[in-house]
Design a protein around this ligand. Structure first.
Ligand code: FMN
Ligand code: SF4
Ligand code: SF4
Length: 437
């Protein structure tokens, strides 16, 4: 068995995988013992850490607004096949109140092994630095090993009042992504939290902060004393309308189409953007991978881009708790096959290859596309796109490439449904030797 242990935020964890923060269905009434029991299932599968659901003020769960969620799965057709989970809810109807949250932290810390970190996912209130600091101190006193500031939740940020308040420069109580995307408000809150606790503090980023602003934000939270950046949380979206029902929503039990959160595989490239660019531009801060990781290979990819630990979220909803073990088994055999003795050997290994485009060695003249006539079905797809080097010839019908014009871009290879195109490493022939036969 490979050594899967990893050092994260100064703590040695038995493995780099665990469950992301998941608000529970009856958040206001959360039963800490039942929730701790639930999280234990992931630890039994080998998780090296668990996250609490997002924890905020102690207000009563609103009696006029019982917990409410709607989920929807989205598929698209091949070759663009993409799966994703949409979720619509209201923050105040689901968030974990402070006292049950603290009891949950206490129960987890008492019952889990030392090398499994309990990470408290704290949210709000608003941008009130003092109250944030107080909540996080309480989380520390209850036994949390690490604090993750959830300044990325799409749910409060998707509410109408949040939009109005944001335009006025105000924030609602659980600001989520609004706070995360407002550096001038966020940095003082991070500083206050870091000052208030002795345990490591991280910041969970929202994908609403795009490139290159996210790089500046990572520098800002690092300079404010944060030990790590997590990310990403889910982006805000709107589901496609039902085109056969006059544009109404497709949601189970709803006619409307809520502003919602988009989870799952489609988040992965936003995560890689964050991991890759923060790794490349912001030394001195650790990273966690969260967002769109649903296959074991995704975990290694995220780690190679600099993530020290990886959190699974909607992947666990789709595939069940067993996904943790599946990923750990994969890591074990992957490391054995690649000769890695510890995960430290491949964390960040891909970062050296991340380059701004103007620093690439393009090697345009060194690659030519070639078509395998036995596999090509003459569908014409590659010939009718933007490339001027390719033509679908009649009599005999076949694809030909003008080698003077091919720039070795790989588009025809990328779109060919039959895998009929290869990029061959060879210098382009000189003028006069034009058509490939
Ligand atoms: C049911 C559910 C509840 C969630 N609750 C929280 C939460 O309390 N705190 C938080 O930071 N993120 C929460 N998230 C977001 C996830 O932690 C994660 O950031 C998001 O699902 C993106 O990862 P994925 O693409 O792998 O699903 C929740 C996600 C789901 C599906
Ligand atoms: S896309 Fe592929 S199969 Fe279609 S014509 Fe081009 S090489 Fe042939
Ligand atoms: S590699 Fe690019 S330039 Fe060359 S034939 Fe294919 S699409 Fe055209």
């Amino acid at each position: 068995m490979s050594d899967l242990s990893v050092k994260f935020a100064g703590k040695k964890l038995r493995s780099p995988l665990g469950i992301a923060s998941h608000a529970v269905f009856n958040g206001g009434l959360v039963d800490p013992l039942a929730e701790a029991e639930h999280l234990r299932k992931y630890v039994d599968q080998g998780a090296g850490f668990v996250y609490t659901p997002f924890i905020n003020n102690e207000d009563e769960h609103p009696a006029d607004a019982p917990p409410a969620w709607k989920f929807m799965n989205i598929h698209s057709r091949s070759p663009f096949a993409m799966e994703g989970l949409l979720v619509a809810t209201e923050a105040r109807r689901i968030m974990c109140r402070l006292n049950p949250g603290l009891t949950l932290i206490e129960t987890l810390r008492e019952n889990l092994p030392d090398d499994v970190a309990v990470i408290a996912n704290m949210i709000g209130p608003g941008a009130d630095a003092e109250a944030w600091a107080e909540h996080c101190r309480l989380a520390q006193d209850s036994g949390a090993d690490i604090i993750e500031m959830n300044v990325s939740c799409p749910i409060p940020a998707a509410e109408a009042s949040a939009v109005t308040n944001y335009c006025r420069g105000e924030l609602c109580e659980a600001a989520g992504a609004l706070l995360g995307d407002s550096p001038n408000l966020l940095i003082p809150v991070v500083e206050a939290v870091v000052k208030a606790v002795d345990i490591p503090v991280g910041v969970k980023f929202t994908p609403e902060t795009g490139f290159p602003r996210l790089v500046a934000l990572a520098q800002g939270v690092r300079d404010a004393g944060a030990a790590f950046v997590s990310g990403i949380n889910a982006p805000i979206s709107v589901a496609p309308p039902d085109i056969y029902k006059g544009g109404q929503g497709k949601w189970p039990g709803l006619k409307d189409n809520p502003i919602c959160a988009a989870l799952g595989p489609w988040d992965r490239f936003l995560l890689y953007r964050n991991l890759g660019t923060i790794s490349a531009f912001v030394p001195g801060i650790e990273l966690t991978g969260i967002g769109g990781l649903v296959e074991p290979e995704h975990v290694v990819e995220a780690m190679m881009l600099g993530a020290r630990i990886c959190q699974l979220s909607s992947g666990l909803l789709w595939k069940g708790t067993g996904l943790i073990k599946e990923c750990l088994d994969f890591l074990d055999s992957y490391m054995a096959s690649q000769g890695y003795k510890s995960v430290e050997e491949f964390i960040g290994l891909g970062v050296q290859y991340i380059k701004p485009v103007e620093q690439l060695d393009w090697r345009c003249e060194d690659f030519l596309a070639t078509v395998d006539d036995r596999l090509c079905t003459r569908c014409g797809r590659c010939a009718t796109g933007i490339c001027t080097a390719r033509k679908l010839m009649e009599n005999p019908s076949r694809i030909v490439i003008d080698s003077r014009l091919c720039v070795g871009c790989g588009l025809c290879q990328a779109i060919c449904p039959e895998n009929a195109v290869s990029m061959v490493e060879q210098r382009h022939p000189v003028l006069g030797f034009s058509m490939q036969q």
